[in-house]
Write a protein that binds this ligand. Structure first.
Ligand code: MG
Length: 382
């Protein structure tokens, strides 16, 4: 039977690339959900004929309802609508590519409905890792990583017989557009410069996270939860070419890496076809054309978000949730031109030091800590 897919975040970068993969692989789309882009969601709905669609924004959802009035597609609104798509009975797989902490509620809804979860939303594992992984275990749900590095690690781990065989993870980072820059130079960088990622085409939030290297810090925490390793087992490796998407080191010191041209359609497709592989329209890798690949350690004194994330996961409990919430708000303020680039790390650090955390937490605690971290960042602006 064809895979029945519910796609959350369908109008974003991952969402549109996922639909590209779906066209190739011939899956059935049963739900599409997004934030507010009614025009694009209408076009996608007409192309893929889902049963159910949802937009978070109420006004946009009303607009979408009018646009789809001549079809039998059911239109929902709000976060409840997105969660209904995540738990939709006809879906067997949910791909969650919602941006940020907003992805947590649909992630939990998908897990509770026992869907296979293809996860592109790293913030949900960062903010509520203990909760999400425990619920997934209880419900027998498999979480398949879509993040390129984590997909690479997951691919490298296929065939591992016992968890004790895994010694370390080499998590690669492009270094972003500001690789090699000094702190002084970073003080005056603009949004336009931050949005010029050397290798990957992504949404604005993650591209700014990539420039601060917060993205790699979030990915470190994501890897801790996905692969059940300690933060000390993960080494960040700057690799400018983004050809090696990550590697794992085994107990016999053998290192296995996954390589390919930087194109998100490979990790998206693997999450959907796992454990099988099928042909892809993605360009083939030519190592002879490349000739050389480079690796070095990150500059953690300049890119402070990275060690701050290490500190947060070492503290545990809600500390990663607070770091993530502060970063989401600071990232948005930087994109609005309200703060400078270096202030993002200052605000993440300030939130980690000042927002109360706790070790054991419930779902509500995660939402409360996220809000407290955002409020802390906003209060620093007044
Ligand atoms: Mg990534």
């Amino acid at each position: 039977m064809k895979k029945q897919l519910s796609l959350l975040g369908s109008t974003g970068s991952i969402g549109t690339q996922c639909l590209d993969v779906v066209l190739q692989a011939g899956y059935e789309i049963v739900c599409l959900a997004a934030y507010s882009n009614a025009k694009l969601l209408e076009a996608q709905a007409r192309r893929f004929h889902p049963s159910l669609v949802a937009l978070v924004d109420e006004t946009a959802a009303k607009d979408l309802k009018v646009r789809l009035a001549d079809t039998d597609i059911h239109v929902l609104s709000g976060m409840d609508g997105v969660c209904a798509c995540a738990a939709y009975e006809k879906a067997d797989t949910v791909l969650n590519s919602v941006v940020g902490m907003a992805g947590l509620a649909p992630t939990l809804a998908a897990i509770e409905a026992k869907k296979t979860l293809a996860l592109a939303n790293k913030e949900t594992l960062v903010a509520g890792g203990a909760l999400v992984t425990r619920l997934a275990k209880e419900n027998g749900v498999t979480i398949l990583p879509v993040d390129s590095e984590h997909s690479a690690i997951f691919q490298c781990l296929q065939g591992m017989h016992d968890k004790t065989e895994l010694k370390s993870i080499l998590l690669t980072a492009s270094g972003g557009p500001f690789f090699g820059k000094s702190k002084e130079a970073l003080a005056t960088v603009t949004l336009a410069q931050a949005l010029k990622h050397p290798n990957w085409s992504m949404g604005a939030k993650i591209t700014v996270d990539s420039a601060t290297m917060m993205n790699k810090g979030l990915e470190l925490i994501e890897a801790v939860w996905l692969f059940d390793v300690t933060p000390e087992q993960i080494q960040i490796l700057v690799h400018r070419e983004s050809i090696v998407h990550s590697a794992v080191e085994f107990s016999d010191n053998a290192v296995i890496a996954q390589l390919g041209v930087p194109d998100m359609r490979v990790p998206i497709q693997y999450a959907l076809t796992y454990p099988a592989r099928i042909p892809s329209p993605v360009k083939r890798l030519s190592l002879s054309e490349l000739g050389t690949l480079h690796f070095c350690l990150p500059d953690e004194e300049t890119f402070r978000c990275l060690p701050l994330c290490r500190k947060a996961i070492a503290r545990g409990g809600l500390a990663p949730c607070i770091a993530n919430g502060a970063n989401e708000m600071a990232n948005a303020l930087f994109r609005e031109g309200k703060i400078g680039f270096l202030q993002i790390a200052d605000l993440v650090e300030g939130a980690l030091e000042n927002v109360p955390s706790q070790q054991i937490y419930t779902r509500q605690d995660v939402f409360d800590a996220d809000k407290a971290a955002r409020d802390y960042v906003l209060a620093q602006q007044r």
